[in-house]
Design a protein around this ligand. Structure first.
Ligand code: MN
Length: 240
């Protein structure tokens, strides 16, 4: 029994090597996995479920293929693919998870987050986040045609190059007090998140005892997966 966790692939047409690595990963890993959790920023950008580009269709099909074969698929929004919606989940067979979510993992409650909400010191980003997650803002965005949304996304991307908080290398790290607060509130000993591109396992001491924060890695240079079985957590890097 194995459950897999990945995040921050930032799949994009300009990086076909990452998409290929993802397809290979699915082929290699999912036949032995009961579930695959994708914890946000799976796409570099998602302009809407009606995106009919060959790139998007290929990714959707690859996910459909593994859920058809019996691997349960879960998807959490990141700060780049927050427009993933019901059509995407229907087409892929994935279940959309709210951020944060507590799941039951081999008898233990585990907290899952994308991770951006933990970076509370990045005030500009926290303001953007609140806006980007509001249904009104998203509806307004979705009222534009697909072609217009592609232009808006490209424009946002240009702007983000001057906005620290959306540049991978400048993403601020989590606020330690925020981590303790949310883990104590949710009464968990394990937190799994991505976003910061700082893959690591961090032992923690909470009021309730020993705990651990596991950070998934981005797929810019290597692939990363967290593999969980009933008796072990293993954070692994591989070549893409
Ligand atoms: Mn992110």
């Amino acid at each position: 029994m194995t459950t897999l966790f990945i995040s921050d692939l930032h799949l994009d047409e300009s990086r076909p090597d990452i998409s290929r690595a993802f397809f290979k990963f699915l082929e290699r890993e999912t036949p032995h996995a009961e579930a695959l959790y994708i914890l946000g920023d799976f796409f570099e950008v998602w302009v809407g479920d009606d995106d009919d580009s060959e790139f998007s269709r290929e990714i959707v099909e690859s996910l459909r293929n593994i859920s058809d074969k019996g691997t349960a698929l879960y998807f959490m929004h990141g700060n780049r693919d927050f427009l993933v919606g019901d059509t995407f989940t229907k087409e892929t067979g994935a279940t959309l998870l709210p951020d944060p979510s507590v799941i039951e993992l081999y008898g233990e409650p585990v907290l899952l987050m994308h991770g951006d909400s933990l970076c509370t010191l990045d005030e500009d980003y926290m303001i953007f986040r609140q806006q980007a997650r509001s249904p009104e803002w998203q509806q307004q965005l979705m009222s534009h045609s697909l072609a217009e949304r592609r232009i808006i996304a490209a424009d946002l991307r240009l702007k983000s190059q001057s906005m620290n908080s959306l540049k991978a290398e400048d993403i601020m790290d989590v606020t330690p007090s925020e981590v303790s607060k949310v883990m104590e509130l949710k009464q968990v000993k394990h937190l799994i998140h991505g976003h910061t591109h700082r893959p690591a396992r961090h032992p923690l001491s909470l009021k309730s005892g020993k705990a651990e924060r596991i950070v998934l890695g981005d797929w810019h240079d290597h692939g990363w997966v967290l593999r969980v079985s009933p008796d072990a957590y293993s954070l692994e890097q591989f070549l893409i």
